[in-house]
Design a protein around this ligand. Structure first.
Ligand SMILES: *[C@@H]1O[C@H](CO)[C@@H](O)[C@H](O)[C@H]1NC(C)=O
Ligand SMILES: *[C@@H]1O[C@H](CO)[C@@H](O)[C@H](O)[C@H]1NC(C)=O
Ligand SMILES: [Zn+2]
Length: 434
């Protein structure tokens, strides 16, 4: 672990040490992803029970997309058939997708241990490839150094495995009171396009400001952006070294051999309700108690503290995949009081997204568009922090590659989302309520 963590060390050094690394990453050879045709609430209840009773079951997108390990295919498929559920094989071999994800990385870009050989030039960063955690951490530092008057780095806390939660504050110091806006990626470890998008968009704000793009000048004079590229750094790094499709944190669960909590079920708002599991082996394990995960505790403490002096207007937690823009509530099918305004903002955001590459993002309240989930970030942002515009955004795609989006789709994903994010921020200026 210690060896692979720091990928900035010279490649020769790594190649020597890598002899100690004995574990191959987990293979997903022959794993399928099936798409289930869900017709009724009864089907959803059945699948929810299946999910909570079989902790190992990995719904890529509940309740429709389910990953089926080779040796469990017969059991799982007969359970579905007995409920009368129909399904298609959507992805035939998950390992093949994983082997094909680095479409833009140079072929000689990795050493024998699978660590990327990164340019040592601090001013160079390739936004169109996926990066190890240490490279992302270095990107935060380099960005702050490159734009000293616009960007400031700070550490929110340390992860369970003691990685720095290094973030950026981006904005123009006008001497006036400014609004806050928070966005992060990487709360779910395997959703690699979300940190990539968060970094690209942040860099683009800075570049556009430097180039005097009027719209962006106004935004950075109105907002301070608080940006955390990887909210679950331990899980993210684990997806590079051990299991590409790991989702949770990497904390030890007392009394269980299964590790990790679903950080997006760990927030202290309606914690433990529908869509979350009490089973530490489940990929939607809520954790032993709210904010049990140090990453969630530190980020929520930071926003709450900062929120005492600065009004936060926007909070977006970037995920993949499904192309969705989701508001509160997640935990209930009831609509929140501010839903009409949220809806208008989501409309503006998704229209801006579509205008770039003609991709459709579906939007609405999380519980009705996707599925009910208790203890999620957006409900905490709205319910506890009172940030009216508090969202989960699911980036590309709609399931062709799912979490294993090839690198050649990073740039278009970033470009369209940047349009959506700018539109959402501008909406707050045009509609100061509430
Ligand atoms: C930036 O743009 C504004 C409005 O378009 C213009 O008035 C101003 O002179 C420009 N500043 C620079 C440094 O180019
Ligand atoms: C945009 O996508 C829609 C399908 O969502 C398609 O019908 C339409 O032709 C596309 N438009 C362009 C300009 O490609
Ligand atoms: Zn996610």
């Amino acid at each position: 672990m210690g060896v692979l963590r720091n990928v900035i060390v010279p490649a020769v050094f790594l190649a020597v040490l890598s002899l100690q690394v004995t574990c191959e990453p987990r293979s997903y050879d022959g794993y399928k992803v099936i798409r289930i045709k869900v017709n009724s609430e009864d089907d959803v209840r059945f699948l929810r029970t299946l999910q909570t009773s079989n902790g190992q079951l990995d719904f890529w997108d509940f309740p429709s997309d389910l990953m089926v390990p080779t040796d469990q295919a017969d059991t799982i498929e007969s359970q579905l058939v007995s409920q009368g559920l129909k399904f298609d094989v959507w992805i035939h071999d998950v390992q093949k997708l994983i082997d094909g994800q680095f479409t833009k990385s140079p072929k000689d870009g990795f050493n024998a241990a699978g660590a990327r050989i990164q340019s040592t030039d601090p001013h160079y960063f390739d936004y169109e490839i996926y990066h190890r955690w240490a490279e992302i951490d270095q990107w935060v530092k380099n960005t702050a150094a490159k734009y000293p008057t616009l960007a400031e780095e700070f550490i929110i806390g340390r992860s369970y495995e003691k990685r720095a939660m290094r973030a950026l504050k981006v904005g123009v110091d006008t001497g006036n009171e400014k609004w806050g806006a928070w966005y992060n990626g990487g709360i779910h470890a395997r959703e690699w396009v979300s940190p990539a998008t968060v970094m690209w968009m942040t860099n683009q704000f800075l570049e556009d400001y430097k180039n005097n793009v009027t719209e962006v000048v106004t935004l950075l004079e109105t907002f301070d952006l608080y940006v955390l590229p990887v909210m679950n750094p331990d899980g993210y790094e684990y997806t590079w070294t051990d299991e590409r499709l790991w989702r949770k944190t990497r904390s030890i669960n007392l009394g269980s051999n299964c590790m990790g909590t679903d950080p997006n079920r760990n927030f202290a708002y309606e914690w433990g309700g529908i869509g979350a599991s009490a089973d530490p082996c489940s990929i939607v394990f809520r954790g032993p108690y709210p904010h049990s995960e140090i990453e969630i505790k530190d980020v929520t403490d930071f926003i709450r503290e900062r929120g005492k002096t600065q009004k936060f207007k926007l909070y977006i937690d970037f995920h993949s995949y499904s192309q969705l823009w989701l508001s509160s509530w997640g935990y209930t099918y009831d609509l929140p009081d501010d839903y009409e305004t949220m809806y208008d903002q989501m409309t503006v955001g998704c229209e801006a997204i579509k205008s770039v590459h003609n991709k459709t993002y579906v939007y609405g309240a999380g519980s009705s568009v996707l599925y009910a989930t208790a203890g999620s970030s957006k409900d905490w942002g709205y319910g506890v922090m009172g940030v009216p515009y508090s969202y989960t955004v699911e980036l590309r795609d709609t399931g062709e590659y799912g979490f294993v989006l090839p690198e050649d789709q990073i740039l278009p994903t970033c470009q369209e989302m940047y349009a959506g994010l700018k539109a959402a921020l501008q909406f707050n200026i045009d509609n100061p309520y509430p």
